[in-house]
Design a protein around this ligand. Structure first.
Ligand SMILES: Nc1nc2c(ncn2[C@@H]2O[C@H](COP(=O)(O)OP(=O)(O)OP(=O)(O)O)[C@@H](O)[C@H]2O)c(=O)[nH]1
Ligand SMILES: [Mg+2]
Ligand SMILES: [Zn+2]
Length: 325
């Protein structure tokens, strides 16, 4: 039998069968995807084959095959093994929720996320959430950020999940698709799912008054069928985003505004650092490329890891704050 993984808690997977029933399944044997070593062999969104298993008290299943993934999105775990964690698979688009100050989202975090989405060929859309909370200063910051990303070509939405502003436009973009919400803890991912589908009553928690950080309320990625022919994967908040190893020469290809110009650099192996006649540096000087983007690029090039606090992906973290650019 074939079904889709809607939730994974580590050892158990909730699978939706083709006729719409949900079944708790375990994994049989070991799964490896060619070349990658992930902390989770099966991810939400995976299409799997399973067999029914009747025990004395419950009907469960065992998964014995994962169908080839159309795509998947991963982040690197920061424990020593440098394993990767598959956040979700077979998704049509990913929405990154950004808040300006409650909690703060850095451009470095946004850019790491976007680079990963580009690398895995998944369309990313930015959602500026909590627009109802903006004051004069933070409104300027928000509009400036939106301007930067729109210029590059990323779609941006302005939403208030609690006041239901901008939600209809988002729903329209989700029809007929599998979407994923990502972003720091506390940006309002689950609140936004509730705004679209109040009957789900997903758990949400106020952010900490003191630290301005979320409280890691959602603990497992989970997919939900929505009443308007859409599916959404709500995910646990992520603190930092480790980029899966890339060759230095390929990184600028995942910055669309760099990619457009790089043929005009004098050297075809230009890394856009100190090289003469670099089209990217020239564009930067003319303010045609944002400094925040260039700084993110340099950080990724240097292999700078973002530092992490504990989040819900079960990894060891070094506690350190990212600074907002
Ligand atoms: N004012 C305002 N508050 C919001 C908005 N969206 C979410 N919140 C609040 O932000 C807090 C955190 O929301 P959650 O939905 O739990 O955040 P989350 O992104 O799911 O967090 P994790 O599950 O921890 O990753 C809650 O108190 C929400 O009510 C919004 O648009 N405006
Ligand atoms: Mg949540
Ligand atoms: Zn260059």
């Amino acid at each position: 039998m074939t079904g889709t993984v809607y939730k994974s808690t580590g050892s158990w997977y909730t699978v939706k069968s083709e006729n719409g029933d949900f079944l708790e399944c375990r994994m049989k044997g070991k799964f490896r995807i060619k070349g990658i070593k992930s902390t989770n062999p099966i991810a939400v969104g995976d299409i799997v084959d399973y067999e029914l298993e009747e025990t004395s008290d419950a009907l469960t299943g065992t998964i014995h095959k994962i169908h080839e993934r159309k795509n998947y999105i991963v982040r690197k775990s920061v424990n020593l093994s440098k394993q990767i964690h598959i956040i979700a698979s077979n998704i049509d688009q990913v929405f990154l929720l950004v808040t300006i100050d409650n909690p703060p989202t850095t451009t470095s975090f946004i850019d790491r996320f976007l680079v990963t989405a580009e690398a895995y060929g998944i369309e990313a859309v930015l959602i500026f959430n909590k627009i109802d909370t903006l004051n004069d200063q933070t409104l300027d910051d928000q509009l400036y950020l939106q301007h930067i990303y729109q210029e590059i070509g990323y779609k941006c939405l302005r939403i208030s999940s609690t006041e239901n502003k901008g939600v209809d436009k988002l729903k329209e973009m989700m029809i007929g698709k599998v979407s994923m919400f990502s972003g720091h803890s506390g940006v309002g991912k689950s609140t936004l799912v509730n705004a679209m589908e109040p009957s789900l009553h997903l758990k949400t928690t106020v952010i900490s008054e003191q630290s301005k950080q979320g409280q890691h309320t959602t603990t497992f990625a989970e997919m939900y069928d929505l009443s308007f022919d859409a599916r959404i994967i709500d995910t646990p908040g992520i603190k930092g985003f480790g980029i899966v190893d890339m060759e230095p020469s390929e990184i600028s290809g995942y910055f669309p505004e760099f990619f457009k110009l790089k043929d005009q650099c004098k050297f075809n192996n230009c890394l856009h650092k100190e090289e003469p006649h670099c089209a990217i540096k020239a564009a930067l000087e003319k303010d045609e490329i944002a400094w925040s983007r260039y700084n993110s690029y340099l950080k990724i090039l240097e292999g700078d890891e973002e530092h992490y606090r504990t989040d819900n992906y079960g990894e060891d973290r070094a506690a350190s704050d990212e600074t907002r650019k």
